[in-house]
Write a protein that binds this ligand. Structure first.
Ligand SMILES: [Zn+2]
Length: 351
């Protein structure tokens, strides 16, 4: 059985190797990205983080029942109000969030995909189109997800429909909001603390899996343009992709279905790394952390990533990723300990 699977995998890779349309796409991907090599290097470092011992209890993440829409909507405002309380200076987040509530829809039946989004565009007649779709899926992440989409709407890119100067800025503020809001809701819903912790562990695993996908895309691009051989990929990266072939299979499926426009999609990696540093700050010095978040939201259409890092006191991209990689184990261990302690208290209460 294993042999047949391996054979078919090789056949599929050979088929990919002779796909000239795909090869052209790979050349474009690489030639249009001056940071390609650097980005692969970072993705590899994150991809190699050890997550073998981390497991997730999905039943803690899928709650089985959804929160009512009006509860989610009011919690969005409660969260932004709290941020304004923590740091009254700068832009008023709650007021803008309230204003933008008019654009929210929760109706998944009207959407092609269940993925939440926030978008704005200028119509042909010059008027604007704005929409925030927030899918409530009965997941512990629903509240944070809602705050994330509304955070997109607080940016000038939504309000004034200005394009962002640096596409890499798109998810910086929103991913910070993911972690701040999870921290906030953990206190707001004490009965669900353990669920929020499990969700945070799950996010860390997903980040590593995402980096593995990005790295694989990068390796395939290098393979297609002849910079690396299949033997080299097998030898150096076999442990990441051949022990469990789900990532490889998904990637090949996309290529076979000609869905490769989103290849090498690394837009969440840097924001996730920034968000962990900001979360540490939020816990120790919330006023500073919220003030910095506000300035990012206020300037994200004009700033590039380097302006942003400078303004929140971080030296550069490399340092941010180094922080993420070097502290990955400590941070996940802390989450595991926190979870264990909660379990102990819960068990004690049941006695
Ligand atoms: Zn987003």
């Amino acid at each position: 059985m294993d042999k047949i699977n391996k054979l078919s995998l090789i056949e599929r890779i050979n088929r990919m190797m002779s796909d000239e349309q795909f090869r052209e796409h790979c050349y474009n991907c690489k030639n249009n990205n001056p940071n390609f090599e650097y980005e692969i290097e970072i993705a590899e470092k994150i991809a190699r983080l050890d997550i073998e011992d981390l497991t997730v209890d999905e039943s803690l993440i899928h709650l089985g029942a959804s929160f009512p829409e009006d509860v989610v909507d009011s919690q969005i405002l409660t969260f932004y109000k709290e941020l304004d309380n923590i740091c009254p200076d700068g832009i008023r987040l709650e007021a803008t969030a309230k204003e933008n509530m008019q654009y929210i829809s929760h109706d998944a039946t009207k959407e092609k995909s269940p993925r939440s989004y926030c978008c704005s565009a200028v119509n042909k007649d010059g008027t604007g189109f704005r929409k925030i779709f927030i899918n409530i899926e009965g997941r512990i992440g629903d509240f944070s997800n809602a705050c994330h989409e509304v955070c997109h709407s607080l940016s000038e890119s939504f309000i004034a429909m200005k394009p962002m100067k640096d596409k890499n800025m798109q998810e910086v503020a929103t991913v910070i909001v993911d972690v701040f809001s999870a921290e906030f809701f953990k206190k707001e819903f004490p009965n669900l603390q353990i669920n929020f912790i499990e969700n945070a562990i799950s996010t860390q695993i997903q980040n590593v899996m995402k980096a593995r996908e990005v790295l694989l895309d990068g390796l395939i691009i290098k393979l297609m343009v002849g910079e690396i051989t299949l033997e080299e990929v097998q030898k150096k990266y076999g442990d990441l992709y051949l022990k469990n072939t789900s990532i490889l299979n998904r990637c090949l499926n996309n290529i076979e279905n000609k869905q490769f426009s989103n290849m090498f999609e690394k837009k969440y990696l840097l924001p996730q790394a920034i968000a962990q540093i900001m979360l540490d700050r939020f816990k120790t010095d919330p006023a500073v952390a919220v003030k910095q978040l506000k300035t990012i939201i206020e300037n994200d259409t004009e700033w590039d990533v380097f302006d942003t890092l400078k303004n929140i006191g971080l030296a550069g991209v490399t340092e941010v990723f180094d922080d993420y990689i070097n502290n990955f184990e400590v941070r996940t261990q802390k989450l595991l300990i926190e979870k264990e302690e909660l379990q102990k208290t819960n068990d004690a209460n049941e006695l």
